[in-house]
Design a protein around this ligand. Sequence first.
Ligand code: SAM
Length: 215
Amino acid sequence: MDYQELREQMVKTQLIPRGIRNPGVLDAMRRVPRHLFVDNSIAHKTYEDSALPIGRGQTISQPYMVALMTELLALRGDEKILEIGTGSGYQTAILAELSREVYTIERVGPLAENARGRFHSLSYENIRIKTGDGTLGWPEEAPFDRIIITASSPDVPPPLIDQLAIDGILVVPVGSRYSQQLLKITKTKDGIFREYHEPCVFVPLIGEYGWENAD
Ligand code: SAM
């Protein structure tokens, strides 16, 4: 299969027509081999316009959602990013292409281990990963210029707002258990500003400042 051609088609038919314009984001989506972030048995489906299962009831997000959330972060290349919900590690890799360093937290140990292996085999040296409850953030490494939460939350976990730098941006799907809206938060010295974007559906953020359980 010509995966590079499939990526080009993904960019042309799924991302550009829906308004993704940032050239850096489009190039990263062309470069990162998404088919290496799922089980071999479904690799042929990876460039389709949908989320896919990655085991343990979790998913790799739809390409458009990855591109949109990345675009909302308005990356310039020198940021320190915190990502909550590593999953397959695909979104992490896209972020690592476009920033200085990415700290990523995954709640499910075996998923974190798989992702760690992928970062190693693809030679990403600017990613640090740990297993744990990401709703608590990574206080020893704060502040972060950008924070992205790739699981749905009833609201923004307060520790993550605390760990966001001034002039930082945080993106998170917020809402009910089964339907959410992307929220972009900008933290300035004058306060917190909220901007709502596309509707979306993510698996739940489970933890102290998220949902209580997986059901
Ligand atoms: N961005 C990922 C990718 O590209 O594959 C997809 C992430 S998946 C939609 C959401 C992930 O968030 C799941 O792997 C889930 O285990 C994880 N998660 C849920 N609650 C969490 C928490 N409190 N801390 C860290 N990870 C969490």
